[in-house]
Design a protein around this ligand. Structure first.
Ligand SMILES: Cc1cc2nc3c(=O)[nH]c(=O)nc-3n(C[C@H](O)[C@H](O)[C@H](O)COP(=O)(O)OP(=O)(O)OC[C@H]3O[C@@H](n4cnc5c(N)ncnc54)[C@H](O)[C@@H]3O)c2cc1C
Length: 508
């Protein structure tokens, strides 16, 4: 039996940052990762002469307030800085709804975005500006709640009296707030394009969550690493090992261990027992429950995991093309294509080209592929239950191919370009692929659904009550902040610091 101060299960974004934080603080830390590579979603894969980015469309590396955590700040604290390229274009969004069609390119920077929206929907500038103004009070409230050195504090009276916009945005959906501000329907449709990044349509998505996301991307500009997101993960591993941390690949944790009082004390991987004072799970709570003696777990913890809905997953199509993007007539990095102006209808018609995004990495990063070639990455939303059950191996292939063919055709028709004859490599990932690589139920890539009652505010307020297994901590996309690279890193940072604080207290 091997003993550590901290064991981290899973080397996704959250796990890598949590582990590096505890290793940096001098604690003997072990990461156990089931795959033979670090990063989870943050990785890359090679087909023929192409190295594909499997997940990251755009990284929001900085925060809208200097007092809030950010990816950049976390990496810098580890000395793991990665060079990032910035995009000036936020997105191109094409809506084919006959009652509200548009094809607009939205740019980064507040004034540019407002100019774009005013040009597309005359008279909308002021109300959209008011929407972005809400971000300041939301940021201030979050800084207040983070509580600086003394830890988190949530005093409802202070929140109500000083942070009114935060409270209003927290308790209403994005569309309720937009309508209240008088934002015209077409402008709402254009600015709600990013709902897919949070996996919940805007009539059910907390305004606070969406305002924070859109303002951050708009204000600080989306970024990409030069060498796929795998570069970010490798840099974290390097920092982690530099602080003396140990990482074991091909080591799936099959059991979480508890003492007679229900305190987490260790795990089992490859039939070997590992013990630690603190365990951090980058693995979704449902899988911790499946790997635990249920009688040792608090009822509330089990109920919490069972009552939550799994969030969005995707079918993704990666194409390596033997022509350059210029030859093919592709002008944009991110193109969102919808058939209806309304996010709810886009969500409901997701199986029929209702909402999808296509990225051409060569636009952001011209050298992303060998000379004379380019790459496209289609992301098509799926929800738990969308994927047919009981497919034969042949049926599975046919299902994936049918989807790829349908979306490639729709993209060609929408943009008036031809790409099919130039496909040199094609790879299609489905919810089954994500379930296999990430180990998540239904292949959920966004953890739990952050719609309605289970939004970030409720999760944050209830966190101490819900994550109540002594010595067991959680971080990652399934955690309080929902999905995304930054949320993974930030929850990893917070969890790592919390664990260090507990260990120091015990050591006094
Ligand atoms: C197609 C796609 C597009 C995306 N686009 C974006 C985007 O543009 N911007 C953005 O910010 N986010 C995006 N995301 C979301 C983002 O990638 C995730 O939210 C984030 O990476 C999740 O990080 P995590 O810490 O939860 O770890 P995960 O990536 O879920 O990794 C968990 C790790 O734990 C390991 N593991 C699981 N079970 C075990 C076990 N029992 N024992 C040991 N190890 C185990 C897994 O192998 C994996 O390495 C996208 C995701 C996908 C899939």
């Amino acid at each position: 039996m091997k003993e550590y101060d901290v064991i981290v299960v899973g080397a996704g974004n959250g796990g890598l940052v949590a582990a590096t934080t505890t290793a940096q603080a001098g604690y003997r830390t072990l990461i156990l990762e089931k795959h033979n590579l670090p990063g989870g979603c943050a990785t890359s894969f090679v087909r023929g002469r192409f190295e594909f980015e499997p997940s990251l469309h755009e990284l929001c590396a900085e925060s809208t307030s200097a007092d809030l955590e950010s990816t950049k700040g976390i990496f810098a604290d580890f000395g793991a800085s990665v060079e990032l390229l910035h995009e000036d274009t936020l997105y191109r969004t094409i809506c084919k709804d006959p009652t509200c069609s548009y094809d607009v390119v939205m740019h980064t920077g507040r004034e540019n975005f407002l100019d774009d929206i005013e040009a597309a929907v005359p008279g909308s500038r002021e109300s959209v500006g008011h929407f972005f103004d809400l971000c300041k009070n939301i940021d201030d409230a979050q800084v207040y709640m983070n509580g600086g050195k003394n830890g988190p504090k949530i005093n409802p009276f202070a929140l109500m009296s000083k942070y009114g916009d935060f409270m209003r945005a927290a308790s209403h959906s994005t569309e309720e707030v937009e309508k209240e501000l008088g934002i015209p329907e077409k402008a709402r449709s254009i600015m709600n394009t990013y709902w897919g990044y949070l996996g919940v349509p805007t009539d059910d998505l907390s305004a606070l969550h969406f305002i924070s996301l859109l303002t951050a991307y708009m204000q600080v500009r989306p970024t990409m690493p030069y060498n796929r997101s795998h570069e970010l993960s490798l840099n974290l591993v390097k920092a982690f090992e530099g602080f003396g941390g140990e990482i074991r690949y091909n080591s799936e944790v099959t059991k979480f261990l508890y003492d007679e009082k229900g305190k987490a004390i260790g795990v089992v991987a490859n039939g070997e027992e590992y013990r630690a004072r603190k365990i951090i799970s980058n693995v979704i709570p449902n899988n911790v429950i499946n790997r635990s003696d249920a009688s040792k777990l608090p009822k509330r913890f089990r109920k919490m995991a069972n009552v939550r809905k799994f969030g969005m997953t995707f079918v993704t199509v990666y194409l390596g093309l033997d022509k350059t993007r210029e030859e093919l007539g592709i002008d944009d990095y991110s193109v969102f294509i919808t058939r209806n102006k309304d996010a709810r209808v886009q969500f409901d018609t997701r199986a029929d080209c209702g909402y999808y995004v296509v990225n051409c990495l060569n636009k952001a990063l011209p050298n992303a592929t060998p000379e004379g070639t380019s790459t496209l990455f289609f992301t098509i939303p799926f929800m738990p239950g969308d994927f047919p059950e009981d497919l034969t191996p042949r049926g599975y292939k046919e299902f994936k191919n049918t989807i790829a063919e349908k979306y490639i055709k729709d993209y060609e028709e929408t943009l008036g370009i031809t790409i099919r004859p130039y496909i040199e490599e094609i790879s299609i990932a489905s919810p089954v692929t994500f379930a296999r690589y990430l180990g998540t139920p239904e292949g959920a890539i966004y953890g739990y659904d952050t719609g309605s009652w289970d939004n970030v505010v409720g999760r944050t307020a209830l966190e101490p009550m819900e994550y109540n297994i002594p010595n067991l901590f959680f971080c990652g996309g399934h955690s309080t902040m929902g999905d995304g690279f930054p949320s993974g890193y930030i929850t990893g940072d917070r969890t790592g610091k919390k664990v260090v604080k507990e260990l120091r207290k015990e050591d006094k």
